[in-house]
Design a protein around this ligand. Structure first.
Ligand code: G6P
Length: 504
């Protein structure tokens, strides 16, 4: 419900019962030929999941536009009320590229790249989290519900509770939460836990992530946890965490594996133009016997190099033939000013050059490497064209590409090779599960996928699809909002949970 009434005397501001807070707004700015700007919904699953909840409850979404220095007034697009937060060049460098993506990201992904601990980055993280919290405090209606998303905003729950004890606050961490032995490296480990404990419900992708978080709570604050609940004593007593509110309360930490809008992928997979495009892709690649596909942000967590190493060895050993096999690798550009991402790009592109130089022919490249992002239609055509999908992440919160591939395969065909270090592995046991560090094991899985009989492919794909279709992103948001209403049974939380049920 949209309200013009004010809290604490601010009566100009519109207030909303449901507020989502994430680093990025769920829209991209498109500049037309005549120079005018237009906001286009970004294709992410989170928007799809939350859009209906936002519409029914007339919610608002707080986030950054994606451009440094952008100062945009709140606006409404496609029925969604968006509240932009401005990030300066310095904020982008120190909060986004620095602390979020060069400290937390590598630390939470098991230090695959070394995390950098820089005090000025931490200061920027605190400063920008304050800004998001201020915005959320000024946007949420009395007794409203705020859902904070992901590792860029871990301090927001506490900062928000300090300002607004009346709110119900949820937090969802989209990336892994590391084991305490690694987490304890973080110079600001206590402050982050205190930040998160400001929420009533903290969601993680895997059961193990929630377990790691609860262990960190016990180790750092000697607080008892019962199952997935942390009982917070009254504040100001020595070692107890300062999580924002003055009252004793409980915080629940649980796993809620995120998913995709499966229906949207199925619909695209049935579209005649998308199917024709899939045929065209196969044709353009020379109609080989086997098309393998990798689709990732160009990120060191994705194990792209491990995938290439296994494939190159299979070509070298003559177990795969370049005349009959191709690996298409879509690597979408990401965080390009961060050093470890620059180094990764150099390494990956050097490898592509080497593998193609060693094994390619005039007619056939071994690896077809595309450093671009593509619209969803093109991705679905690629999924339909690919016999084997390679997801070899070294660590991944979930990996939605694995779910997108499976949803797309309305023909019950195709083989998913999936890393056991991706969150998706917990639910997708019918994939060929691999340890990407074990190159011999990865090679065996690729060969098993190449030679898998049609009957087995169908059987595995059917059960994978059933799981993804039944557990789609709408169910994820419903499960989270229902648990949030149970964790703190306020009117707004109950209404959100009930409203979401009604829509199904
Ligand atoms: C991961 C994170 C998201 C992030 C996305 C893209 O999926 O969990 O929070 O938005 O990567 O990264 P970027 O840095 O471009 O926002």
């Amino acid at each position: 419900m949209r309200k013009g009434c004010g809290i604490d005397g601010d009566d100009q501001q519109e207030r909303f019962d449901f507020v989502v807070v994430s680093n990025r707004l769920p829209v991209d700015r498109e500049i037309a030929h005549d120079g005018t700007a237009r906001w286009k919904p970004s294709p992410g699953g989170l928007v799809t999941a939350l859009e209906p909840v936002m519409r029914t409850n007339d919610g608002a979404w707080i986030g950054w536009s994606g451009t440094a220095g952008d100062e945009v007034e709140p606006f409404t697009t496609d029925g969604m009320h968006l509240v932009p937060v401005t990030l300066s060049e310095d904020d982008v460098r120190d909060y986004y590229e620095g602390f979020s993506n060069d400290t937390i990201w590598p630390l939470y992904h098991d230090v695959i790249a070394p995390p950098k601990y820089q005090r000025d980055w931490w200061d920027a993280y605190v400063r920008v989290n304050e800004r998001f919290a201020e915005r959320a405090a000024a946007t949420a209606a009395e007794g409203g519900t705020v859902w904070v998303q992901d590792y860029q905003l871990q301090l927001v729950p506490r900062m928000l509770r300090e300002r607004r004890e009346d709110l119900t606050i949820g937090f969802f961490n989209h990336i892994p939460f590391p084991a305490y032995g690694l987490y304890s490296q973080l110079p600001w480990r206590s402050q982050i836990i205190e930040g998160l404990l400001g929420a009533d419900l903290i969601g993680f992708q895997r059961r193990a992530d929630a377990g790691n978080f609860l262990r960190a709570v016990r180790r750092l604050f000697r607080l008892p946890t019962v199952h997935n609940r942390v009982e917070l004593p009254p504040q100001g007593e020595g070692r107890w965490p300062n999580s924002g509110g003055a009252r004793p309360r409980a915080v629940v930490a649980r796993h809620f594996p995120i998913s995709i809008d499966a229906r949207a992928y199925i619909d695209l997979a049935h579209r005649a133009d998308v199917r024709a495009r899939a045929q065209q892709i196969r044709h353009d690649l020379g109609d080989p016997g086997t098309i393998m596909l990798g689709v990732d942000r160009l990120d060191y967590t994705k194990g792209i190099g491990h995938r290439f190493a296994a494939y190159a060895e299979l070509l070298a050993e003559g177990k795969l033939d370049v005349n009959d096999t191709v690996l298409v690798q879509v690597a979408s550009p990401s965080r390009e000013r961060v050093e470890s991402y620059k180094a990764l790009r150099d390494e990956i592109e050097l490898t592509v050059g080497r593998v193609n130089g060693d094994y390619g022919t005039i007619r056939h490249s071994a690896i077809n490497y595309l450093h671009h992002g593509y619209p969803r239609e093109e991705m679905v055509a690629l999924f339909l064209a690919a016999d084997i999908m390679l997801v070899t992440a070294l660590r991944d919160g979930m990996n939605l590409v694995a779910k997108e591939y499976v949803a797309t395969r309305v023909d019950d065909d195709g083989v998913l090779v999936l890393s056991e270090f991706a969150g998706a592995a917990d639910e997708m046991q019918q994939a060929l599960l691999v340890n990407p560090h074990d190159i011999e094991g990865l090679k065996r899985a690729i060969l098993a996928a190449v030679h898998m009989p049609r009957g087995e492919r169908r059987q595995r794909m059917r059960s994978l699809r059933t799981r993804v279709i039944e557990h789609d992103v709408e169910r994820w948001s419903q499960d989270f909002l229902t648990a949030l209403a149970e964790a703190r049974p306020s009117d707004s939380a109950r209404q959100l949970a009930a409203g979401d049920q009604d829509q199904r």
